[in-house]
Unconditional design. Structure first.
Length: 590
């Protein structure tokens, strides 16, 4: 049992509280020892008061404190045993309650550690990960790993009591205990085999559940397509096969767990029979002494039997601990560096410049952007247009600092991006994405992000985003729950709530990434007119496929295969009769 390694793991999450738990368990054992010594001496009354080392020691202590008569000693021992039993029970209750508190604390700290590291990790690392694996780790694996502490704590407590119940018989009849330990050696090696098997099955369960969670998330995400095209049967078959594998792995885990838990019981009974026979028949020990030793060994065996059972359950959770540690290590090795001593507060009064910027994804074969040079003037409105894969979204990710150039430099007001306080910079970025960000909460909380702005300001931006009218028609108006991912409202309504949120934040930079793609022409025009009112007040960056929405931009950058092939105002580009005009004419024909 590599319990020291896991002790370090739990200690890192609980600190001194883990030691308090172990201390309370140790005090329980201490009072149990006093109880056992008192009752053992009581059992010897009427025979020989000095039949063994423990009773002799007890009588010496009684004499030392002035209790010499048998009657007084008998009453004192019974009273002492009763008090120590109560005290032991109190500390066992404290230990049990504290174990639950530590369980919850471990879960909370693990969850916070994962989310904190995940949110501060490199974006490129994040997008390279399997969503199902991350989701499974954050939900199921952390809960399982936290629950493992209950079994770990049971092992500690049971080990303390088992040692106590072995020490006393060892003092009384060392030959019997040594014989029992020798007979238990084969059982120890059998237990090791079972533990190894359980650990392997636990890791298999973790891997299977990660795949299962990922497949379910993808199924739910693509359910519209799968139902519309009746292409879900092979997907369903794949998930069903995975379910069968999970069930088979669970069955094997249960088999080995029960073998570890109950398969040792017959050996304990056999040992008990042999011990009685050896003491009474071979050694001619009095039956009361034999039963006393057997009783203590039985109590030791019951505690010892709890250990393999708890260890089996603990090992069934060990895979989740390893998964957590592996993910934490990966996240720690892929963190954004926010701790630089020369962090400069962003200055939005100057231009944003790309100087010979190239970018290629780690797993990509060719560059997405090639020696890109561009300037975005402060408080100007610019747009990036181009076909799919032209590099528009990559440029936005570079502007927000989510991605870093492979070559070249990005500066804001002359300051290198690497020297900026990136958290402060991002707090001044408003971002409306094509995929709306809606939480399962009220319309008000989705706009304010659980802040407390004046309601007048909320209504103002909602009107500018053309969302106030439909919100007012909802059952609870701004207090209406929007459902998971905004299932209770349309795609266009989701986008309008997103726009209202970013207008309320009143940031220095506003990025609109296909922000009106789900809207009808009239609503889109209305929102566009309201956003145009912010021209000259903030830097607005637009990515759009509908080229009619960017007529008023100060500058338009036309991208093709990661390079800027044209730039200028709408009218200038149209007169050039180049790629931009082809795109405009193509949309006009459509």
């Amino acid at each position: 049992m590599n319990l020291i390694k896991y002790f370090s793991f739990y200690y890192s999450l609980t600190r001194g509280r883990l030691l308090l738990f172990i201390g309370s368990a140790g005090i329980s054992v201490f009072f149990e020892m006093l109880t056992a010594a008192a009752f053992l001496t009581v059992l010897q009354f009427g025979t020989n008061n000095e039949t063994n080392k423990i009773t002799r020691l007890v009588h010496e202590i009684l004499t030392l404190i002035g209790i010499t008569g048998d009657r007084d000693a008998f009453i004192f021992l019974l009273f002492s045993a009763t008090v120590t039993i109560f005290l032991r029970s109190i500390f066992e209750i404290v230990s049990g309650v504290y174990m639950t508190r530590l369980d919850s604390m471990i879960f909370i700290n693990m969850e916070i550690n994962i989310l904190k590291n995940l949110l501060s990790s490199n974006y490129e690392y994040f997008i390279s990960q399997n969503v199902g694996t991350l989701s499974n780790a954050i939900t199921r694996e952390i809960r399982t790993a936290a629950a493992s502490f209950r079994f770990y704590g049971t092992i500690i407590v049971s080990s303390f009591f088992a040692v106590l119940y072995v020490i006393i018989p060892l003092i009384l009849r060392p030959d019997v205990v040594i014989a029992m330990m020798a007979a238990a050696v084969p059982v120890f090696f059998l237990t090791r085999i079972i533990n190894h098997k359980s650990k392997v099955l636990s890791l298999n369960a973790t891997d299977l559940m990660s795949k299962f969670t990922g497949n379910i998330l993808q199924l739910l995400h693509h359910v519209k397509y799968l139902k519309s095209t009746e292409t879900y049967p092979p997907v369903f078959k794949s998930i069903k096969s995975l379910c069968n594998n999970i069930a088979a792995n669970a069955n094997r885990t249960a088999l080995w767990s029960n073998i570890g838990g109950f398969g040792i019981m017959p050996f304990a009974i056999l040992f008990s029979v042999l011990i009685i026979y050896y003491q009474v028949i071979v050694l001619n020990v009095r039956i009361i002494d034999a039963i006393t030793v057997l009783g203590l060994l039985y109590m030791a065996s019951t505690r010892l039997l709890v250990i393999p059972s708890s260890y089996q359950k603990f090992m069934a959770c060990a895979g989740s601990i390893l998964t957590y540690e592996k993910l934490i290590d990966e996240l720690s090795g892929n963190q954004e560096n926010f701790e630089k001593s020369n962090n400069i507060m962003p200055d939005y009064s100057g231009k944003l410049v790309f100087n010979n910027v190239s970018f290629k994804y780690a797993k990509g074969k060719s560059p997405v952007l090639k020696t890109l040079n561009l300037e975005i003037q402060p408080k100007s409105t610019v747009a990036f247009v181009g076909g799919s894969g032209a590099g528009k979204s990559t440029i936005v990710n570079l502007i927000t600092g989510l991605l870093k150039p492979a070559e070249g430099q990005i500066t804001l007001s002359g300051a290198d991006y690497n020297d900026l306080d990136m958290r402060a910079f991002r707090r001044n970025i408003g971002y409306v994405t094509q995929e709306s960000v809606i939480f399962n909460d009220t319309a008000l909380n989705n706009i304010t992000f659980w802040g407390n702005p004046e309601m007048e300001d909320v209504i103002k931006v909602s009107k500018q985003a053309s969302s106030h009218e439909f919100i007012e028609h909802m059952p609870e108006k701004y207090d209406t729950l929007l459902g998971d991912h905004g299932v209770n409202i349309s795609g266009g309504q989701k986008q309008r709530i997103n726009i209202a949120r970013e207008l309320l934040r009143n940031t220095q930079i506003l990025i609109l990434d296909e922000a009106t793609s789900a809207l009808d022409t009239e609503t889109e025009k209305n929102i566009q007119n309201n956003i145009d009112k912010y021209r000259g007040e903030k830097t607005i960056i637009i990515i759009a496929h509908r080229l009619s929405t960017i007529k008023n931009c100060d500058r338009i950058f036309v991208l093709d295969k990661g390079d800027i092939v044209e730039s200028g105002s709408y009218d200038e580009l149209y007169r050039k009769n180049g790629k931009f005009r082809q795109m405009v004419d193509s949309q006009s024909l459509n």
